[in-house]
Design a protein around this ligand. Structure first.
Ligand code: GLU
Length: 316
């Protein structure tokens, strides 16, 4: 579960997206990417590894366009690689999607789409969303996203753009955070407030299954059925450093309180439908039960936790 950002306005989108992604780096990630709509149509650049690699990739060219989306990935389905990095596109390459979370029924949807002739490029659960948006698209991106919400199960913060509607971002969330930033002649979205603060302090927090449609001059809000909603903006009066600490006095306290979420996020993709923990992907199977030694490596306070864990493991 990492970060997504989106920008539409008067500036060049690419530097804004990269800058905003940098503000989300503290969330941890294994790859990064952007999709920008400009005079050349939809341009996607993505790379495994640090944001620096994405910056190197785009340093050699000018990506024109003032509407785009960006992503830092924490892989759950499919190894970290260039092709599995987000954004993901539909077959024609006119629709791009960034996603944080897990699509639980992705295997069923993938089989259904493959049955209709769709050739998948990645191993991610996310790619089904790009193809589903394409399947439901009849000239109205909001309507297509509402239709897709009816088909996907799981957790998601999503941002979607389509070449046929340049200058528009459709964003929605369920069980993953998403905040809208309201600017002057520009609007933004991000997984967390620090990514927005350089551009605006007026924000709207999306609730589960709420949709935001962003253009340069306005943001419209809708519920999961596509009915219009009115939402009140909040003013953020903390500075970037405080925003990164999420209201906690210091990072250590924040991290302590984040432990249940960190554990849930880590295990979510590794628990089968019948509630069994499945670690086969990392080579941990029944043979583990025959292990004669467990080595815990840690430093700092984690060393103290490791010492306690030693006793717990020995007892088991
Ligand atoms: N499940 C998606 C993937 O593995 C999104 C992961 C994320 O939240 O970064 O690509």
């Amino acid at each position: 579960m990492c970060g997504i950002v989106g920008y539409v306005g008067d500036r060049d989108a690419t530097p804004v997206l990269v800058n905003a992604l940098r503000k989300l780096e503290y969330r941890g990630y294994d790859s990064a990417g952007i999709a920008v709509i400009g005079p050349e149509g939809l341009v996607v650049r993505k790379a495994k590894g640090a944001l620096r690699r994405l910056e190197e990739l785009i340093a050699t060219e000018t990506i024109r366009g003032s509407c785009g989306i960006g992503h830092t990935r924490w892989a759950t389905h499919g190894e970290p690689s260039d092709v599995n990095s987000h954004p993901h596109t539909d077959v024609s390459g006119r629709i791009a999607v960034v996603h944080n979370g897990i699509i639980e029924n992705h295997a069923k949807l993938r089989a259904w789409l493959e049955g209709r002739g769709v050739a998948f490029r990645s191993q991610t659960d996310t790619e089904v969303i790009a193809h589903l948006v394409d399947h439901h698209y009849e000239g109205d991106l909001l309507k297509a996203v509402v239709a897709v919400m009816g088909r996907i199960e799981g957790s998601y913060a999503l941002a979607v753009v389509c070449e046929d509607e340049p200058g528009k971002i459709v964003a929605v969330r369920k069980d993953s955070p998403l905040v809208v930033g309201l600017g002057k002649a520009e609007n933004l979205i991000a997984s967390d407030v620090p990514a927005l603060l350089e551009y605006t302090r007026e924000v709207v927090y999306l609730e589960d299954k709420e949709i935001a449609v962003l253009t340069r001059d306005r943001v419209d809000f809708f519920d999961g059925a596509g009915e219009r909603l009115s939402k009140k903006p909040s003013h953020v009066d903390w500075d970037v450093a405080a925003a990164e600490k999420g209201g906690f006095e210091h990072f250590m306290l924040k991290e302590i309180h984040e432990q249940p979420k960190a554990l849930t996020d880590t295990f979510r993709a590794r628990v089968d439908g019948d509630g069994k923990v499945n670690l086969s992907e990392i080579g941990l199977d029944e043979s583990w039960a025959r292990a004669r030694r467990v080595v815990i490596t840690a430093c700092g306070t984690a060393w103290h936790a490791g010492v306690v864990a030693k006793y717990a493991f020995e007892r088991i």
